[in-house]
Design a protein around this ligand. Structure first.
Ligand code: NAI
Length: 246
């Protein structure tokens, strides 16, 4: 049953940055559709925390790298929440498979490009008609400073995140006249499961961060919400990196 609330789709919303974004959007009275793979308990926890804020929340298991699965999932979200309600898409799902270029396997290249870059394309591809029909849409894609500066040992990841910048700007230009904005956030080192091997004791890393600390998921989520609630900003890439890539 559809209600009068707007709906936000958050990929990778089961944990980490995506969970924090989902919770903030729930606090802003958005119904939440989480798209994820992996641990169902993590997804159930996000759903439970969102519903405690008085909104509807549903988690969908879906590999964003798959054109067909994302199509089916957007159809399911449309059925569950109502196509008219879908206003926000946050493309946050991402993976790393780091390695030096001389040793990187084809599989590790393909999987990172497929999840991080094609995943965002797939989700925009299947939601864009809804946004155009609704004459309103807010898209935020999660890039990375690795995509802006490059990072040794991360050619697949930084290529995918640089690709997100181009995808964001082209989508912004293409859909601006339809009332749809598309922006990106480029985080630096944020404390999540993805970066659990990096510790604050690693002073070499800290030296590269002008603000002298790793970021928190709340730092990134605040920037995502800022862009989602700024109707006159489109095609922007907002760094949330403690100054690393200035
Ligand atoms: P995380 O590893 O804690 O969470 C990743 C989320 O993506 C999970 O919910 C997982 O279910 C989902 N996911 C992974 N593969 C998927 C797939 N094939 N289909 C659907 N969902 C999938 O990651 P974290 O740290 O929260 O990162 C979120 C985003 O922020 C990623 O795009 C990451 O590249 C980006 N980022 C993270 C930084 C960090 O320091 N943690 C820095 C810069 C960017």
């Amino acid at each position: 049953m559809a209600d009068s609330r707007k709906t936000a789709i958050v990929t990778g919303g089961s944990r980490g940055i995506g969970r924090e974004v989902a919770l903030r959007l729930a606090s802003l009275d958005y119904d939440i559709a989480i798209v994820y793979v992996g641990d169902p308990n993590e997804a159930a926890e996000t759903v439970s925390e969102c519903t405690k804020k008085g909104v509807r929340a549903i988690a969908y298991v879906c590999n964003v790298a798959s054109f067909e699965e994302t199509k089916e999932t957007v159809n399911a979200i449309t059925k569950d929440f109502g196509g008219d309600s879908i206003e926000v898409l946050v493309n946050n799902a991402g993976i790393t498979r780091d390695g030096l270029i001389a040793m990187m396997s084809e599989e590790n290249w393909d999987s990172v490009i497929s999840v991080n870059l094609k995943g965002a394309f797939n989700m925009i591809r299947h939601t864009s008609r809804l946004f155009i029909r609704n004459k309103c849409g807010r898209i935020v894609n999660i890039s990375s400073v690795s995509g802006l500066m490059g990072n040794a040992g991360q050619i697949n990841y930084s290529a995918s995140k640089a690709g997100i910048v181009g995808l964001t700007k082209s989508t912004a230009r293409e859909l601006a006249s339809k009332g749809v904005t598309c922006n990106a956030v480029a985080p630096g080192f944020i404390r999540t499961d993805m970066t659990k091997n990096i510790t604050e004791e690693n002073s070499e890393l800290l030296k590269t961060i002008p603000l002298g600390r790793m970021g928190e998921v709340s730092d990134v989520a605040a920037a995502v919400v800022f862009l989602l609630t700024s109707p006159y900003i489109t095609g922007e890439v907002l760094r949330v990196d403690g100054g690393i890539a200035m």
